[in-house]
Write a protein that binds this ligand. Structure first.
Ligand code: NAI
Ligand code: MG
Length: 330
């Protein structure tokens, strides 16, 4: 069955790394139909809107979307796109790779971040001059959904789970998050613990090897996953999946990198690893594994782009990954 993949490069290096990831997907070719869409700063300049209806419709009707990055308009593009695909989970694997300098070379963990509510639910109010409030929304249903996703993910891979929270202070909201996650944990044969998110931040830096799957409320997941990113050697390596029940949106953690855009030197690894997550989301596990293996071999043996200390171009790295994907064909 042909699957429809929306391809939205966006701005800056999105326009360089998305074609690279598409080339890799075409190499493994699981019968995808690619449909291209535009979003971001450049489109806003031309049309007045950063996310045209046609692009949103593409993501709404595609089985999965590959998104690069937007510039200043990122929030106007990414948040509505995540909503369009019904993404309840933001999944961010953070790994150190052989061949790449990392502060903590033993790091290998996955953040499963609640993607719809918490303090990002959008309820901010000006209550009086100089006084503003924010309502933090935690529901049992969203907490259950994210916890179930995290425990299923861990069970399938033989991993442990850590539930991040701050229920000693936010007793009602994180109390509900923790209580719900613990009750979901009871359904699985997965070992788990819970951790206060501030102490967890310290432990993640000191002993990242102690953690596998970390399930978090929205803001905590955003902050802790960026912290962990700092342990493994840079934004050019970090993919992410926005997972919905019927569709997904796959994007690197990095932005449009205007400082290096147009030079052809962006590291395509994060984007290609996002494409590997897309393949796995659609059930093409062997193809996803081949792509990830080819990126890992390229990180281990080169060529490397300048962010990793090399002098290769985006195209050089992409060609190396494509060759390794092809040579792994069986
Ligand atoms: P950024 O991620 O674009 O860049 C931060 C630094 O990392 C820069 O020095 C950049 O050159 C480097 N970098 C990032 N990705 C790289 C790659 N693949 N290869 C080599 N080096 C890489 O974040 P920054 O500078 O804070 O934001 C730039 C623009 O991107 C802003 O307009 C921001 O709004 C937007 N942005 C968009 C996001 C999205 O669309 N999801 C996410 C984050 C930022
Ligand atoms: Mg962030």
């Amino acid at each position: 069955m042909t699957e429809k993949i929306a391809v939205i490069p966006g701005d800056g290096i999105g326009r360089e790394v998305v074609p690279a990831a598409r080339e890799v997907l075409e190499t493994v070719d699981p019968d995808f139909e690619f449909v291209a869409g535009e979003a971001g700063d450049a489109v806003r300049e031309q049309t007045g809107t950063a996310l045209p209806d046609e692009t949103r419709d593409l993501a709404a009707s595609a089985d999965a979307t590959l998104f690069g990055a937007a510039g200043e308009t990122a929030a106007d593009v990414v948040i509505p796109l995540r909503r369009t695909v019904g993404a309840f989970a933001n999944v961010r694997p953070v790994r150190a790779y052989p061949g790449v300098d990392a502060l903590q070379p033993e790091t290998d963990m996955v953040f499963v971040r609640e993607n719809t509510q918490g303090v990002y639910a959008g309820h901010e109010t000006d209550v009086a001059p100089g006084v503003r409030t924010l309502t933090r929304v935690i529901t049992e249903s969203a907490s259950e959904e994210i916890a179930r996703y995290a425990f299923e993910y861990a069970a399938e891979r033989g991993l442990d789970v850590t539930i991040a929270h701050k229920a000693n202070v936010m007793r009602r909201t994180d109390g509900l998050f923790l209580e719900t996650a613990e009750s979901v944990a009871g359904e699985f044969d997965v070992s788990y613990d819970d951790a206060l998110m501030d102490a967890l931040a310290m432990h993640l830096v000191q002993r990242p090897e102690d953690y596998d799957v970390v399930v978090c409320p929205n803001l905590a997941g955003d902050v802790l996953s960026d912290l962990a990113a700092g342990l493994v050697g840079g934004l050019g390596l970090l993919p992410s999946a926005n997972v919905g029940h019927e569709r997904g949106l796959f994007e690197p953690v990095h932005g449009s990198a205007p400082d290096i855009a147009g030079q052809g030197v962006a590291n395509p690894s994060a984007m290609i690893l996002s494409a590997a997550l897309l393949l796995e989301y659609l059930g093409h596990d062997a193809a996803g594994e081949r792509v990830r293996g080819a990126v890992e071999a390229t990180l281990a043996n080169g060529p490397h782009t300048p962010d990793l200390g090399g002098s290769a171009t985006t195209q050089d790295v992409t060609e190396a990954v494509v060759e390794r994907v092809e040579s792994d064909e069986n």
